[in-house]
Design a protein around this ligand. Structure first.
Ligand code: COS
Length: 393
């Protein structure tokens, strides 16, 4: 099924975005990856996305193009279009691309030139798989409550503790890991480190199986020593770095949800025109038309908030302003994921029994969308962020 891309004519987008959307749609429509084994499939998607140049939007170009990116800066609208288009076709393909960006985002924002040169070009080519390790068993929404720690002795830091719900856990080549370096200082005592997957003392073998399978694991750090040159960003500056990274990628989660919602709507339209019922087709009935109308409006409402968040951030970067888009990104993420869940549920209902048959597209979308309302800040966290911003305005 091929998505329409008329929304790219909206004034939020430039020619570069319109061309990207059209060429990616053509490319991904020709790709078929066996996704029975999610780990193998994810590796394969990273390989193909890297070989065909799509991962180059996950990192900046850098001086003289040396960091491997296509564009000078991380471009939120490009990320949204990439995720929306990939998620329409395959949520796992979207996941593979998104994690390259999220996992390396903090290196783009705060890495030293040496760190950027060592990791970003290989992320862009798909030769290194990236991961972002923030959550812990008792520190999900309350990220500042983490207890995994790093202590310094001479030129090395030693990490101890555990991270969980880590996407790409077990297949990543490196983990951008946020730990306490001053346990008494709350969010002001967190520092980021780049931990290579083969570092002694890091165990990533505990896989987690979820309703829409994708690579996910618990990480255990036991006397895991990393060099001082693996510290990422400022000492005790890790919380803000994590939040700044999420500010960029939350709008792109909204893009992924949008892609899934658009696919569900397209499936519903196609099904309703073909399914014979009471001497006509499903689409002849006003009940069906009303549902499709509601679905289309939910999709467009999500799209406008998503594109606004991405445009605002890109515009701020272009003008060199440090305006935070935290609340706008939160609105986009919350609305797009919640609306997508509703749209997909309505599409499934319209399919009747077929909707719950394992293997139909709406059935897998129903599972695929669920985690997006939780990861990278649950809906309730987005509500909190927006509420705080409203009170401050
Ligand atoms: N950009 C820059 N700085 C930010 C920021 C952002 N987006 N968000 C917060 N900060 C700063 C604050 O300005 C504050 O700075 P000071 O210490 O200088 O005052 C500091 O970070 C702490 O902020 P705050 O007091 O708002 O932190 P809270 O502990 O109340 O946490 C929430 C706020 C709940 C919003 C945060 O913990 C969060 O986003 N949690 C969800 C985490 C998440 O997404 N987990 C999923 C992991 S990825 S799958």
């Amino acid at each position: 099924m091929t998505p329409t891309i008329t929304h790219l004519n909206l004034p939020f987008f430039d020619t570069v975005h319109r061309d990207l959307g059209a060429s990616l749609r053509d490319w991904v429509g020709q790709q078929t990856v066996d996704e029975t084994d999610d780990r193998q499939a994810c590796r394969e998607w990273v390989r193909r996305l890297g070989a065909s140049g799509w991962l180059r939007y996950c990192v900046p170009a850098g001086p003289d193009g040396t960091l491997g990116g296509t564009l000078p800066r991380l471009d939120s609208r490009a990320l949204v279009i990439l995720r929306e288009t990939l998620a329409f076709h395959s949520p796992l393909a979207d996941f593979a691309l998104a994690m390259q960006g999220l996992g390396s985002g903090a290196i783009t924002l705060a890495g030293t030139p040496a760190q950027q040169a060592a990791y970003l070009p290989l992320v862009a080519s798909g030769e290194k798989i990236a991961a972002f390790a923030l959550s812990e068993a008792n520190a999900g929404s309350d990220a500042g409550a983490m207890t995994t720690s790093a202590t310094r002795a001479g030129d090395a830091w030693t990490l101890n503790g555990s991270k969980t719900w880590i996407s790409n856990g077990g297949i990543a080549d490196f983990y951008v890991t946020f730990v306490k370096t001053d346990p008494a200082a709350g969010t002001r005592g967190i520092t980021a480190f780049i931990v290579d997957a083969d570092t002694a003392g890091l165990d990533s073998t505990e896989h987690i199986t979820v309703i829409a399978p994708h690579p996910l694991a618990t990480l255990k750090f036991k006397q895991c020593a990393v060099g001082a040159d693996q510290q990422l960003g400022m000492l005790h500056g890790g919380f803000k770095l994590a939040m700044q990274t999420l500010d960029i990628f939350r709008a792109s989660v909204a893009g992924a949800a949008l892609g899934m919602a658009r696919r569900a709507l397209a499936e519903a339209v196609s099904h309703s025109k073909q399914r014979r019922m009471f001497g006509g087709v499903l689409a002849d009935f006003q009940l069906t038309q009303a549902k499709l109308g509601e679905m289309a409006a939910l999709v467009d409402a999500a799209a406008l908030l998503t594109y606004r968040a991405a445009w605002l951030r890109d515009e701020g970067e272009r003008l060199g302003s440090s305006v935070r888009v935290t609340a706008e990104a939160a609105m986009a993420k919350m609305t797009a994921t919640e609306n997508a869940q509703r749209v997909i549920d309505m599409a499934l209902q319209m399919h009747g029994g077929l909707g719950v048959k394992v293997g139909t597209k709406v059935e897998s979308l129903y599972r695929d969308i669920r985690s997006l309302r939780i990861y990278e800040g649950a809906t309730e966290v987005q509500q909190l962020i927006i509420g705080k911003a409203v009170l401050q305005s």
